[in-house]
Write a protein that binds this ligand. Structure first.
Ligand SMILES: CC(C)(COP(=O)(O)OP(=O)(O)OC[C@H]1O[C@@H](n2cnc3c(N)ncnc32)[C@H](O)[C@@H]1OP(=O)(O)O)[C@@H](O)C(=O)NCCC(=O)NCCS
Length: 210
């Protein structure tokens, strides 16, 4: 959050190996059975069907582009040269992440989570829509996911984008034996346009939810 109480700008980009430590933090705060670093590494380097994303917050923790600029200015050799470009900042906070597998013409959404400090501010929706955009680019005609039957918050997000419950996987979750709802959306016709309209209509900033 910035000082005004509204979230800083969020940028959704492809996940890289550098992001993994910060993704693990969000994962551990979000799920009872978080994935390991090795699992993310495998998804990013070995699994050609994987498409993983991070939502990066604008503000960097620690070293920033501004401090890089200051360091460069302290060197007299740089005084009469144009400022060097700032290096990629590995400290940019990860507000959330998501991933899907693209198999045949179906996107299987495998994970999505937002850091608790960033929830309710549109980050999850941004990540979700970014995945669906990519899936449509790849030629997906449908998307599926599993969600805990008790996870109404996530289900509400999925229903907003036309996902419907089509089945139930009994005792799917190993930690407590909870059932999973299997949800599917047909990505045909004007799905992309409708999705973009819905996303654009979302008010900026945090939202109160009952
Ligand atoms: C589910 C999750 C990813 C949603 O991310 P988020 O950033 O909090 O959600 P957003 O602010 O983008 O809200 C998007 C939509 O989600 C739903 N939603 C979000 N917060 C909600 C809440 N507190 N109550 C009900 N619905 C909610 C709404 O449909 C909302 O759209 P709206 O604001 O137009 O009503 C996030 O809560 C999370 O990380 N939860 C823990 C991990 C998890 O359960 N992942 C899903 C596994 S299947």
């Amino acid at each position: 959050m910035n000082g005004s109480g509204r979230p800083s700008a969020i940028q959704v980009v492809s996940m890289t190996l550098e992001d993994i430590p910060r993704v693990l933090v969000v994962d551990q705060l979000s799920f009872p059975l978080p994935w390991s670093s090795a699992t993310y590494r495998y998804e990013l380097t070995q699994n050609a069907n994987s498409h993983f994303f991070v939502a990066l917050a604008e503000q960097a923790r620690g070293a920033s582009a501004a401090s890089h600029g200051r360091r460069a200015w302290l060197n007299p050799a740089n005084w009469f040269r144009p400022a060097p470009p700032a290096p990629p900042d590995p400290n940019r906070p990860v507000a959330g992440y998501s991933g899907f597998w693209y198999i045949l013409d179906e996107a299987h959404i495998s994970t999505i989570a937002v850091h608790p400090d960033w929830r309710g501010q549109g980050v999850g929706e941004h990540l979700f829509v970014a995945m669906l955009e990519k899936a449509l680019d790849l030629g997906a005609v449908s998307a599926t996911l599993e969600v805990r039957v008790s996870n109404e918050r996530a289900q509400k997000l999925y229903r907003k984008y036309a996902f419907e419950a089509v089945g139930r996987r009994k005792r799917y979750y190993r930690d407590n034996g909870e059932d999973a709802l299997l949800m599917t959306a047909e990505l045909k016709g004007g799905y992309r346009e409708t999705m973009r309209r819905l996303f654009a209509a979302r008010p900026k900033g945090a939202r109160a939810h009952s």
